[in-house]
Design a binder for this molecule. Structure first.
Ligand SMILES: Nc1ncnc2c1ncn2[C@@H]1O[C@H](COP(=O)(O)OP(=O)(O)OP(=O)(O)O)[C@@H](O)[C@H]1O
Ligand SMILES: [Mg+2]
Length: 349
């Protein structure tokens, strides 16, 4: 970390020079007054004129010095900063200003410049994020929309047997589900990022909530013949059920999605002092270290074979919720063997 710069040195020097110039003008004037008092006649008049000239010259010098000082130390950096802010206001976030002094001797203008640089860089980053987000959303919208378009036109054709028609209808339904999930997740993420979701807390039995979440996937679990192992302690917690629902649904749906038929999913909850710990493990495909580094990013999907299912927003939402609730989430995984997601929550009753 850098040390705080020693500010003000240069401005103190400027004020000192200004003060000494004025002081010398006043001293010379006083001296002239005393001297002229001792002299007589013509000499007195000459000295007075000379002293007057010296005083005027010194005052002029003083004014000149102040003009130059202002030009160099105030006008120049202010103009530079003004031009930079105009560029930023016009949407050019590539602007970078150079500090005049070394970091230790930064003055206020150098600090403003550095802050402006940081601001421009941050604005540039959020602009990139915004563009990425829009292109990701457009991409995610395009795929199911073209599926719907194609299949609806196929269904519209005559001579389709009932079985094929049912198959097409199922495909259209799954594409519309994907679309509505996408829109729902984007809305939730947006609300969470702007802190618009009111956190209404209440007493919750975590074990009951988890059991409910697992039950809602009963059909899928049966379809994939998955074995579900539950190790539940009775854990009561004061938290926001609407938020926690997002977490359990995403973790359980991921475990189901990324585990092959006949695999095993284990869910456990226990309390540990002030904390409650929930684990969701599976014997699925696992997560490589490269994928693991991005799983909480928006729209990131590591396992391309499941890219048709979902949009890569699930874990981004989970992470956001856990951050808002002040908890922790971690993942341990071995490729080909499975993954374990661990959530630690506070607020135990
Ligand atoms: N239990 C898991 N086993 C293996 N990989 C996983 C597991 N959970 C998440 N992943 C990896 O992390 C990626 C991101 O997960 P996330 O839940 O955000 O997206 P998704 O499930 O692909 O889509 P969505 O959640 O929008 O339906 C997944 O695409 C997958 O590569
Ligand atoms: Mg998911």
């Amino acid at each position: 970390m850098r040390n705080e710069p020693k500010k003000k040195t240069s401005s103190i020097l400027g004020y000192a020079i200004f003060f000494f110039t004025i002081a010398s003008a006043v001293i010379v004037a006083l001296y002239a007054y005393i001297l002229s008092d001792r002299l007589s006649g013509g000499n007195r008049a000459v000295i007075s004129v000379v002293m007057l000239a010296v005083i005027i010259t010194l005052s002029l010098l003083c004014t000149l010095f102040d003009i130059v000082r202002r030009k160099i130390m105030i006008d120049r950096p202010v103009r530079e900063i003004l031009e930079a802010t105009e560029k930023i206001a016009a949407g050019d976030f590539s602007v970078r200003l150079t500090a005049v002094h070394t970091y230790e001797k930064y003055d206020d203008y150098d600090l403003i410049k550095e802050n402006l640089n940081v601001m421009a860089a941050e604005l540039g980053k959020s602009e990139i994020l915004k563009t990425d987000f829009v292109s990701n959303v457009s991409h995610e919208l395009k795929t199911p929309l073209s599926i719907i378009q194609n299949y609806v036109s196929l269904i519209g054709k005559s001579g389709l047997d009932e079985e094929t028609r049912q198959k097409y209808v199922k495909t259209v339904l799954s594409a519309t589900k994907r679309l509505s999930d996408l829109v729902g997740n984007i809305l939730k993420l947006n609300k969470l990022e702007h802190q618009e979701l009111s956190i209404e807390t209440e007493n919750i039995r975590l074990d009951e909530m988890l059991a409910q979440a697992i039950l809602s996937y009963e059909e899928l679990i049966e379809e994939k013949e998955l074995e579900i192992l539950c190790d539940f302690e009775e854990v009561s917690i004061v938290s926001a059920p609407s938020y926690l629902e997002i977490v359990w649904n995403n973790l359980i749906s991921n475990a189901i999605k990324f585990t092959n038929n006949g695999g095993k999913i284990s869910v456990s909850v226990k309390s540990d002092g002030e904390k409650s710990i929930v684990k969701v493990s599976d014997t699925g495909c696992g997560i490589s270290p490269e994928t693991g580094a991005h799983i909480f990013d928006k729209f990131y999907q590591g396992d391309t074979s499941h890219a048709q299912e979902g949009n890569g927003l699930g874990l981004a939402l989970v992470k956001k919720v856990i951050d808002v609730l002040g908890g922790e989430i971690s993942v341990k995984s071995q490729q080909g063997k499975g993954s374990t997601f661990t959530i630690v929550l506070k607020g135990l009753r």
